[in-house]
Design a protein around this ligand. Structure first.
Ligand SMILES: [Zn+2]
Ligand SMILES: [Zn+2]
Ligand SMILES: [Zn+2]
Length: 126
C-alpha cells in the first residue's frame, strides 16, 4: 500500500464509527496529515472494491467503515448515530430463488443493509 492509502486505512482502523470522506479529510488534517479529498475518495473506492470497507448510504450521507469480517455478510446501521454492526450471517437463498424465477437472471451477488435504531438511540425515538 502506498503511503496515503496506509494513512487512510489506519485512520479508519482507529475510528469507532463510520466516517465520510470529508470527516476523514478533516480528522487527518487535524493530525497534520494533508491528503487531498480526491485521494481519499480514490482510496475508499479501492478499499471498497477489495471488500476491506463497506459503504453506508443513509439519505444524502455516505460513510465508510472497515469490515471486520472477511466472509460475505451484511450490516445493520443506526439511523441516528450511524453506528454499524456486522451481521455474520446471510440467509437469502429463498429470496434469490424468487428473483431468479421472476426475472430469469442468474443471481451472482447482492447487497443490502438493515436500518434501525441502536440500543442507545432507541429510547430517544419512542
Ligand atoms: Zn463488515
Ligand atoms: Zn444509534
Ligand atoms: Zn448476503
Amino acid at each position: 500500500m502506498s503511503h496515503p492509502r496506509l494513512i487512510i486505512y489506519q485512520e479508519l482502523l482507529g475510528a469507532p464509527i463510520p466516517l465520510s470522506p470529508q470527516e476523514l479529510y478533516r480528522s487527518l488534517l487535524k493530525k497534520q496529515k494533508k491528503i487531498g479529498l480526491t485521494s481519499i475518495y480514490r482510496s475508499l473506492d479501492l478499499f471498497e472494491s477489495l471488500g476491506m470497507v463497506f459503504k453506508i448510504i443513509n439519505g444524502p450521507s455516505v460513510k465508510y467503515k472497515l469490515c471486520e469480517i472477511e466472509d460475505h455478510h451484511h450490516h445493520i446501521i443506526c439511523k441516528v448515530c450511524g453506528e454499524a454492526v456486522a451481521l455474520n450471517f446471510c440467509d437469502i437463498s429463498d429470496w434469490s430463488k424468487k428473483v431468479m424465477e421472476s426475472t430469469g437472471y442468474q443471481v451472482i451477488d447482492h447487497q443490502f443493509y438493515f436500518y434501525g435504531f441502536c440500543k442507545t438511540c432507541r429510547p430517544l425515538k419512542i
